[in-house]
Write a protein that binds this ligand. Structure first.
Ligand SMILES: *Cc1c(COP(=O)(O)O)cnc(C)c1O
Length: 397
């Protein structure tokens, strides 16, 4: 029967989550993750993906992934450092570096893996990392793996960052200091104060690391948040994912040749986990072609984001302070947020509730992720459903 202690632990905790409305039921998609998805046989307007540019279902990318599979096979066969580096990995990294205007880049199997490997490759227990209090879980775990002292600063508060950086420097306790932040914060859609962060980095010699998972493909005409601020030459680690706007899977760091050379000998997921599939590489290279040839899709995701925000705001919803297409609809209480999401789904909109511990307690929300693939008709229909459910549940008048 296995361990009794484990059974008790699981029972107690699962029941606790369920009674508090914090247990997440996973919905299974019977279609691709496009603007319309099929769940339990029903078609729904999809406002929950990270497929910002609609590239996850792009026909040309599918074609290129098949070509790469035909040429190289379904798997890379080894970790990068043994003999799992195929010509297509090399090409991908060259293209990512060009895209980011850096000397070099390194690709990982996921964004999470990238943070788990890249931070600990340079930081260790003699060092300290200044980390925004709302940073993504993979950053937090990456920092923990490094063994460095983690010093949290107030969300996007550059004054607090400076105070803490000064304290850390003057304490004489640490060798290297790093500052790490999301470029775009995914739960609220706000953007890092990068000029402020870079100023602090220069003043206190901080290694700067920007995780631009939600900024790449969206900010800076698609190139990312660092480009948006014109600070490409001032940020040491430009980290991004290949799984969100790029529509595939994977993560990367773009930076100087020396930095990338070092990560390729020290980042543990690069050394000890099999490399990206040829199909993924082929599809991502095509995504880069699409994004460099035209800003059409980037323009479209912004247009749709602004349209949805305006509509929700006019209906009287609290949409927070997003500066990007990410549009939270803050409901408050966890159970109400989940009930709201459930009713939206019954009426034809898939917008997942996000509750504690992903966001602070009492700020339960339904988060909307409009993409370039949505039409005005879809967004209008979604807004009509929002109005109906909002009034029904007393969220709006
Ligand atoms: C989604 C996300 C990641 C993880 O990326 P994956 O490619 O999905 O593993 C890392 N950092 C941030 C800020 C993210 O939003």
């Amino acid at each position: 029967m296995g361990s009794k202690a484990l059974q008790k632990f699981l029972n107690d905790n699962l029941n606790d989550l369920k009674s508090k409305g914090l247990y997440n039921e996973i919905n299974v998609l019977e279609s691709g993750n496009g603007p319309i998805i099929k769940v339990k046989g029903k078609e729904l307007i999809n406002l929950s993906s990270n497929n910002y540019l609609g590239l996850a279902n792009n026909a040309k990318m599918i074609e290129e992934s098949i070509k790469a599979t035909n040429k190289y096979g379904v798997g890379a066969g080894a970790v990068r450092t043994i003999n799992g580096t195929l010509k297509i990995h090399e090409e991908l990294e060259k293209r990512l570096a060009e895209f980011k205007h850096t000397e070099a880049s390194i690709a990982f199997q996921s964004g999470f893996n990238c943070n788990a490997g890249a931070i600990q490759a340079v930081m260790n227990k003699k060092d300290a990392i200044l980390s925004d209090e709302l940073n993504h879980a993979s950053i937090i775990d990456g920092c923990k793996l490094s063994g460095a002292k983690i010093i949290r600063y107030k969300h996007n508060d550059m004054q607090d960052l400076k105070v803490k950086a000064k304290e850390a420097r003057e304490s004489g306790l640490y060798e290297k200091l790093m500052v790490i932040s999301d470029g775009v914060f995914s739960m609220d859609g706000d953007v890092v104060n990068l000029p402020g962060l870079v100023e602090a980095a220069e003043e206190f010699d901080l290694i700067s690391y920007i995780d631009d998972a939600h900024g790449s493909g969206v900010m800076g005409k698609g190139v990312g948040t660092v480009k948006h601020f014109g600070l490409s030459h001032k940020v040491d680690f430009q980290m991004g994912t290949l799984s969100k706007a790029m529509g595939v899977v994977g993560g990367y760091v773009a930076g100087t040749q020396d930095l990338i050379d070092w990560l390729k000998v020290r980042a543990r997921p690069f050394l000890f986990s099999t490399s990206l599939t040829p199909a993924s590489c082929g599809a991502i290279i095509e995504a880069l072609n699409i994004m460099t040839n035209s800003t059409h899709l980037v323009d479209k995701v912004w247009e749709n984001g602004n349209y949805l925000k305006k509509g929700l705001k006019e209906l009287g919803f609290n949409i927070g302070h997003s500066e990007t297409p990410i549009t939270p609809c803050i409901i408050g209480e966890e159970k109400l947020a989940q009930q709201f999401s459930k009713r939206l789904m019954e009426e034809g909109v898939y917008a997942k509730a996000i509750v504690f511990p992903t966001v602070p307690m009492g700020t339960g929300r339904v988060r909307n992720m409009p993409t370039a693939a949505h039409t005005k008709e879809m967004l209008d229909k979604a807004l009509a459903i929002y109005e109906k459910v909002g009034k029904e549940l007393g969220v709006i008048k």
